[in-house]
Design a protein around this ligand. Structure first.
Ligand SMILES: Cc1cc2nc3c(=O)[nH]c(=O)nc-3n(C[C@H](O)[C@H](O)[C@H](O)COP(=O)(O)OP(=O)(O)OC[C@H]3O[C@@H](n4cnc5c(N)ncnc54)[C@H](O)[C@@H]3O)c2cc1C
Ligand code: SF4
Length: 457
């Protein structure tokens, strides 16, 4: 099998590149390791959809889990549709590292338009989001409803299981159909093992022993996929891994919240950005069960209160940096991360109590319901130890093949071209030089559009 260009992965970093290359007349082959499910296949069954659409990786020797989409459309199929533009300070910081990133802001606006990122109105704000907003306003904190990339959201609350109404503008309904209309072949269930190289130039890829030839290969297998492919191909990769580590805080209210209906996420407390944000998050039974403290009867008591629970996710902008590769992920919290985590959890408790919660549950292994900030503060020594956390996780992943102005400091240049390897590019989150401090899909899409623009000029 041959193609003019192979794109590995079909999520935020891959699909825009596939569409641009196909529309420029190239014969494009998209190789995606996950299965292909269409809108009509998303049945909303939590257990089944999570298993079919997502993959989990444990960070080596810690209890932190990393989640990513593993299906045609990648993480955009399972994400919560929140849209943030990259903060100005972030782009200044990247440019301060010697990257010009010409026109990045224009590609951000293009991505914003293409995915129909639009304000989230009251009709898409559930009581779960409402409690977050009320608590923050009472405390005088900055809180805002966050734009989402949806067209006609039906409030089904199933965004993480594939949107059954087709409202969410994942790459499954945006750039991939565009690429296919322009002739691209999208093949599901095709895991790329390595890139074929000869005399410093790309010859194609290898999939389960099969050679597929192409003079141009764009890697967009995500942070958990791209660095291992590079390493298996003999290219040094893996440094600069970063995450937005996340924890859930749940709160029980006297009145029903019914936090399983409506958009999974829609409101954000930005008062403490860039250190951390608090975002409301859906109260789906399975995922909520795994993040509530305790076992047996204690756990059952909490789950019976499911309709009365509000929940938010603490999204940290980690300072730590790690390494990702075929041997797994090495990543340890830095001291500042522990401090930010403690502070964020206390502020979440403060917020829910201000909103009128009867008790708040911290994400600790042992069952701890707190009714005051002081009680939460008394648990601080436990919060120092990340291993006592229930469900420390991350879905915003970065790095492993970072862009840099020098091969000593990164894996690819700012055009996405892997140093000293003709025809090999990286266009996904692994190319970003750092974490973003905001939910990253718009930044990743913008960067992919920028890389695609360079490839089609
Ligand atoms: C549950 C969840 C919720 C999120 N919510 C939000 C949100 O609300 N807002 C936001 O901005 N961001 C959100 N994100 C993050 C955002 O979706 C991701 O950062 C973004 O999609 C990453 O883009 P990517 O191209 O790097 O990887 P992905 O979009 O994950 O795409 C990578 C693709 O490559 C495939 N792949 C991996 N290895 C191989 C291989 N060897 N061969 C072939 N294919 C391979 C994978 O199956 C996957 O389809 C969320 C993520 C998750 C998981
Ligand atoms: S809440 Fe809206 S975007 Fe999410 S799954 Fe339902 S219809 Fe789709």
């Amino acid at each position: 099998m041959r193609a003019d260009a192979i794109v590995v992965g079909s999520g935020a970093g891959g699909a825009p590149v596939a569409a641009a290359l196909a529309e420029s007349g190239r014969d494009v082959l998209v190789l995606e390791s996950g299965p292909r499910l269409e809108t009509a296949d998303f049945n909303g069954r939590e257990g089944e959809m999570l298993t079919r659409l997502l993959t989990t990786h444990a960070v080596n020797r810690t209890n932190q889990s990393l989640f990513a989409g593993s299906c045609v459309g990648g993480s955009t199929v399972v994400n919560d549709a929140l849209c943030f533009r990259p903060p100005r300070r972030l782009l200044e910081d990247w440019r301060g590292k010697g990257l010009r990133l010409e026109g990045f802001e224009d590609f951000v606006e293009l991505a914003w338009r293409e995915v129909h990122a639009s304000p989230t109105g009251r009709e898409n704000t559930n009581r779960n989001a409402h409690h977050l907003e009320v608590g923050a306003r009472k405390l005088g904190w900055r809180v805002e409803s966050i734009p989402r990339n949806v067209r006609g959201c039906a409030n089904l609350g199933l965004c993480n299981f594939g949107c059954p109404s087709g409202a969410k503008q994942s790459t499954l309904v945006t750039w991939l159909p565009r690429a296919e209309r322009a002739g691209a072949r999208v093949q599901a269930g095709r895991r790329v093992d390595r890139v074929l190289l000869e005399s410093g130039a790309v010859r194609g890829v290898e999939v389960a022993g099969e050679r597929i030839e192409a003079p141009l290969v764009v890697l967009a297998a995500g942070v958990l996929g791209t660095p291992p492919i590079l390493q298996a191909s003999g290219i040094r990769a893996g440094p600069g891994f970063q995450a937005h580590s996340s924890l859930y805080v749940s709160a029980r209210f006297a009145e029903r919240v019914d936090g399983f209906y409506g958009p999974t996420m829609s409101m954000g407390v930005t008062e403490f950005a860039p250190d951390f944000m608090l975002e409301n998050v859906a109260v789906q039974p399975l995922v909520t069960a795994t993040s509530l403290p305790g076992f047996g009867a204690d756990h059952e008591r909490l789950l019976r209160a499911l309709p009365y629970l509000a929940r938010c996710v603490v999204v940290l902008r980690d300072q730590a940096r790690g390494h990702v590769g075929s041997q797994g992920i090495d990543y340890r919290f830095a001291g500042a991360d522990h401090e930010a985590m403690r502070r964020a959890l206390l502020e979440a408790v403060r917020l829910y109590l201000a909103a009128g919660a009867e008790e708040v549950f911290l994400p600790l292994q042992a069952p701890h319901a707190v009714q005051s900030v002081e009680a939460a503060r008394a648990l601080l020594p436990e919060l120092i130890d990340a291993s006592r956390m229930a469900s420390l996780y991350a879905v915003h992943l970065f790095g492993g093949a970072p862009m840099a102005d020098d091969p000593q400091r990164g894996v690819c240049d700012e055009a996405g071209a892997v140093f000293a390897t003709r025809g090999l590019y990286v266009s996904d989150a692994s190319a970003l030089p750092s974490n973003t401090g905001v939910n990253p899909q718009i930044t990743i899409l913008a960067n992919a559009l920028r890389v695609a623009d360079g490839l089609t000029r």
